[in-house]
Design a binder for this molecule. Structure first.
Ligand code: ATP
Length: 352
């Protein structure tokens, strides 16, 4: 497997080190898993030196890889819209990574903030290529009291259909019985009505899997009241972004939550990353939780034909969480990033 690694900014390189250690361990232990990777320095430092977040031929370079493992991006020296729109967005959009997968799963050993009737275990599929996160729009009358701004939400029938289709397929393949759609068609009457119609149409082809549509404001409350009741949730780009940070909070925090940006057809490489950002408040202290990054590597293996290795990683993470000896401060422990990473590697050796 040929892997592109973009550690990025802040805690990105710190947590990425641990994910690389884990992947190297697996490739030493399993001779059928061969791993070649190249580390790409594209980041805010790269921008400060070159005036660009990544080179002009970056996407052509990335196309040569089977997958991309991404750390985090964001730095006070560079405006957020540059770090995001000149690095991560072109990759997601040009590579048609239209499905953003975010597991909201309560791992064994994690003390979640809510007491629930059953462990929380659902997956959010967020639309990742269009929706509210289009950069179509503009501003007029700068600096005057008439200043105005317009940013257009773009929803296409095909964009909604392919996400819904992927989500229902996933539900079928994973024994899930219900898909919950986040909507707001009572107020956002054009784009969200199209969303509802297309999701409903797709659901007709999937007998045996129920569809429930819930307004986003109520859904946010249900995430707190009865998170154990969800199985698969589908949401637009903005709704999904917010819901999944809420989801991360439900199952232990940002340091524990991974995501996958998938191009399901495999025409382009998919990209795997933690959902957290560069966390400037803790960067350089060596205390970032590397689990989200390591779990994102597990998702990468699962998507690239080695679900067995992904499962070994997840079970090793759970073992270390249950032992609770080497936790980072965000989980109430005192360990450093590398100490937690090493504990996960020992757990992998024990399983092998
Ligand atoms: P961005 O805009 O890039 O999302 P941010 O600072 O707004 O950046 P995060 O970087 O995700 O958001 O961090 C939010 C909070 O969560 C911070 O207080 C940070 O310290 C904490 N946090 C995020 N990731 C981790 C992690 N891996 N380990 C420990 N704490 C984390």
């Amino acid at each position: 497997m040929k892997l592109a690694i973009i550690p990025g900014d802040g805690i990105g390189p710190e947590v990425m080190n641990e994910a690389i250690k884990v992947l190297n361990t697996l490739s030493h232990l399993d001779s059928s898993f061969s791993l070649q990777f190249e580390e790409l320095p594209w980041s805010s430092n790269y921008y400060m030196e070159s005036g660009k977040m990544m080179p002009a031929d970056a996407l052509d370079q990335l196309k040569q890889f089977d997958a991309i493992l991404f750390g985090a991006i964001g730095d006070t020296r560079v405006p957020d819209d540059i770090t995001i729109w000149d690095l991560i967005m072109p990759i997601r959009k040009e590579f048609q990574q239209y499905v953003n997968v975010r597991p909201v799963k309560q791992l064994k050993g994690v003390k979640a903030p809510l007491i629930t009737k059953a462990p929380i275990d659902f997956v959010v599929f967020r639309e990742n290529a269009e929706g509210e996160y289009s950069n179509m729009g503009g501003r007029m009358y700068h600096g005057t009291s008439q200043e105005m701004a317009v940013q257009t939400t773009v929803m296409t029938k095909e964009g909604i259909r392919r996400l819904a289709e992927y989500s229902f397929q996933y539900a079928r393949e994973h024994g899930r019985k219900k898909v919950t759609s986040a909507t707001k068609s009572n107020v956002i009457t054009h784009t969200m009505k199209l969303w509802d119609e297309v999701v409903s149409e797709v659901s007709q082809d999937h007998a045996g899997i129920a569809l429930e549509s819930i307004y986003i404001d109520a859904l946010a409350a249900y995430f707190i009241n009865r998170p154990e009741a969800f199985e698969v949730v589908i949401a637009s780009n903005l709704f999904g972004d917010i819901l999944t940070d809420l989801g991360a909070g439900l199952v232990g925090g940002l340091g524990l939550s991974p995501s996958a940006n998938l191009n399901p057809e495999g025409r382009f490489p998919s990209m795997f990353e933690p959902i957290h950002g560069s966390a400037p408040d803790i960067s350089g202290k060596g205390i970032a939780n590397p689990i989200a990054q390591i779990w994102s590597a597990a998702l990468m293996l699962e998507h690239n034909g080695r679900p067995d290795l992904g499962e070994i990683i997840l079970q090793s993470i759970e073992k270390v969480l249950v032992d609770a000896e080497f936790l980072t401060p965000d989980m109430g422990g005192k360990s450093q990033t590398a100490v937690l990473g090493d504990a996960i590697i020992r757990a992998i050796h024990e399983q092998a």
